[in-house]
Design a protein around this ligand. Structure first.
Ligand code: CA
Length: 370
């Protein structure tokens, strides 16, 4: 209202000035644009807590992409400062901080919070779930964002896809797994529902933020650990603490990272800034995935040269893990009606996209044109 009045009065004054021959129409346009700028663009300063160490430039880069793009699009009027895990809050407490409003926004992985609601696992990745391309189709086109935001709404938070690592590796092990039995009693860092499946296969599951995994593995507090893939894992030094690098990361075929925003902070944001934030998250989603896909191949070669031994998961382990995963989804559905509804909708999409991708993407990759 105030803005309209201001624009109205400034336009009338300028019309009068032109009639009096005092200003050219060119000046009017310039001044009108200036008055528009001055009255409609507030300065907004946000803090973004993340779950990542700064050294992981790909994943922390997701937060930086959002920050940089929003700043550029708003001509420096809307700024978001990303903070590494532990700077404001611990890496696994980003949702709590955003919910409490102690920071306006965060960059994290929703599956860290599956203890609050098991559906949070699907916002990142679930065992034998969707790859990055399928995950994007579910989120953007098949109601995934809306389904996730129903869950986030209970925490006063709105979420945006804002990064993807691509299919991950299956973790670093100090000793080779001889059989399914070798998993029993093994201490492994693995979050999300993947951790629950591993637990059903006998693993003693630990959840640690990325910055703490290397020390635990090196000191032998844990026997195995997974993070993402060759580029990050090389940076975190896992190859110095364990020799056997398993694949595939069947619990994370295409994990999405999430930008989350406190709903009250979001409501105060001008529509233009909301659009900028949303656009920046799309960019982060694409940029992170393409960076990982570009960097992982050469990192894998370096690791192998350095003595890392690649090992495929034994089929018996994969079969047991598949069975345990879908049994887990059934078990949670039996106890939780809202999970059941969420899972059924997700599974309809999964079946459809797998049916299609078996014909196009997967049949092509099966031929392995090397
Ligand atoms: Ca992982």
């Amino acid at each position: 209202m105030q803005r309209r009045k201001l624009l109205g009065s400034s336009a009338s004054a300028l019309t009068a000035a032109v009639s009096a021959g005092l200003l050219s129409s060119c000046t009017i346009r310039k001044q009108d644009a200036q008055s528009n700028t001055q009255t409609s663009i507030p300065k907004v300063r946000w803090r973004m807590a993340t779950s990542w160490p700064i050294s992981l430039d790909t994943i922390f880069g997701g937060a930086e992409t959002i920050s940089q793009r929003v700043e550029t699009l708003s001509n420096g009027n809307f700024t978001i400062k990303p903070y590494a895990a532990g700077e404001i809050v611990p890496g696994l407490e980003v949702l709590d901080a955003v919910q409490a409003g102690s920071v306006e926004c965060g960059h994290t992985a929703s599956y860290y919070y599956k203890g609050k609601n098991p559906c949070f696992a699907f916002g990142t990745s679930v065992p034998f779930g969707l790859n990055a391309q399928q995950q994007n189709a579910w989120l953007y086109q098949a109601g995934g964002i809306e389904a996730m935001n129903k869950i986030f709404a209970d925490f006063g938070v709105i979420s945006f896809p804002a990064g993807n690592t691509g299919a991950q590796m299956g973790g670093w092990f100090k000793k080779k797994l001889d059989s399914l039995q070798s998993l029993k009693g093994l201490k492994m860092r693995i979050p999300g529902l993947g951790g629950e499946v591993m637990s059903q296969l006998g693993v003693n599951v630990q959840v640690l933020p990325g910055g703490e995994v290397y020390l635990a593995l090196d000191r032998g507090t844990i026997d195995a650990a997974e993070w993402t893939g060759p580029y990050d894992d090389e940076k975190l030094g896992f190859a110095k603490a364990a020799r056997f690098y398993y694949y595939p990361g069947w619990w994370e075929p295409g994990p999405t990272l999430n930008a989350i925003v406190n709903k009250k902070a979001w409501a105060k944001l001008p529509n233009e800034y909301k659009a900028m934030f949303n656009t920046a998250c799309y960019e982060a989603n694409m940029t992170m995935l393409s960076r990982y896909d570009n960097l992982n191949g050469s990192a894998l070669q370096r690791l192998i040269k350095g003595g890392t031994i690649l090992v495929p998961y034994d089929n018996k382990i994969l079969e047991a893990a598949t069975e345990a995963s879908f049994q887990l989804y059934e078990d949670i559905s039996g106890k939780d009606q809202s999970f059941k509804k969420f899972f059924q909708q997700w599974q309809i999409f999964r079946n459809q996209v797998y049916g299609w991708n078996k014909i196009n993407e997967f049949s092509f990759s099966k031929h392995n044109y090397l």
